[in-house]
Design a protein around this ligand. Structure first.
Ligand code: JDN
Length: 261
């Protein structure tokens, strides 16, 4: 029995071929994930296999028609009538997809991804299926792609790698940037390996010291500075958990240097 079933509906099923490779390929080989890719055009009935039409109310571009989506999704649902999937629809208008969403979705037995193209999918498709299952319209970031396929692949990779038993070493998950397991919402510190000097650039001395507390302190300081510089939003969210020593590393101490009297 597999841990998770994933179905993906797209008019470009071959775009999803990378899901058969590498990390996800191993999850499939290990029997953790069953992946089924469906061509939306197989659920049309006209000679030209039409999936789009002009928008009511006017405006630029085309809208994906509801009928092929209804036929495709009903076909997928009919394959296991006793189960209810969670539907995920990538869209720039969705809620922001985060690591917390990846970990939440990793606990679901069945995910169905609907990949839109053009200006998107007729809203009634989402509204209809939301009456019978959880439907999540999600955005992977504030930029616009040509369709939902690449976003679906991003989400599937993020979900698959946190399915219990997927990554060999569970510690390699909890130490990452954006992990929601450790509660350390900072970016990761810089990392180095051999050789000690490369093209005139040295590995920081503290990493050779063997002094574990100094190494840990240096890494935290670097993570704090990096987060302040690159992701001030994350640092603001962590503000309540910063120690006086953390604030000193950030140059946010009161600079009075008098201390309590
Ligand atoms: O995540 B995206 O930028 C995205 C774009 C489009 C889409 C779904 C997702 N459907 C049509 C454009």
């Amino acid at each position: 029995m597999t841990e998770m079933r994933i179905d993906v509906v797209s008019i470009f099923p071959s775009y999803l071929a990378p899901l058969g490779l590498s990390l996800l390929g191993r999850a499939r080989a290990d029997g953790l994930v069953e992946l089924n890719i469906h061509d939306l055009r197989d659920f049309t009935h006209d000679r030209h296999r039409t999936v789009d039409d002009t928008p009511y109310g006017g405006g630029a571009g085309m809208v994906m028609m509801p009928e092929p989506w209804g036929a495709a999704l009903d076909h997928i649902l009919a394959s296991d009538p006793d189960a209810t999937p969670t539907m995920v629809v990538p869209t720039p208008s969705g809620t922001r997809f985060t690591q917390a969403d990846a970990e939440r979705l990793a606990g679901r037995p069945w995910l169905v991804f609907g990949c839109g193209r053009y200006e998107g999918i007729d809203q009634r498709v989402i509204d209809h299926y939301a009456r019978r299952m959880s439907v999540e319209e999600v955005s992977i970031g504030d930029y616009v792609l040509n369709g939902g396929e690449v976003a679906a692949m991003v989400i599937i990779e993020a979900v698959a790698r946190v399915i219990p038993g997927f990554v060999g070493n569970p510690e390699s998950l909890s130490e990452e940037s954006h992990s929601t397991r450790t509660g350390g919402p900072l970016l990761e510190y810089p990392i180095y390996t051999k050789p000690p000097t490369w093209r005139g650039l040295d590995v920081p001395d503290v990493l050779f010291s063997g002094h574990h507390a100094n190494v840990s302190r240096w890494r935290r300081d670097e993570a704090l500075r990096r987060t302040a510089s690159r992701r001030p939003d994350l640092l603001a969210a962590a503000a309540g958990e910063l120690s006086d020593r953390d604030r000193q590393a950030l140059g946010e101490s009161d600079h009075g240097c008098t201390g309590p009297r």
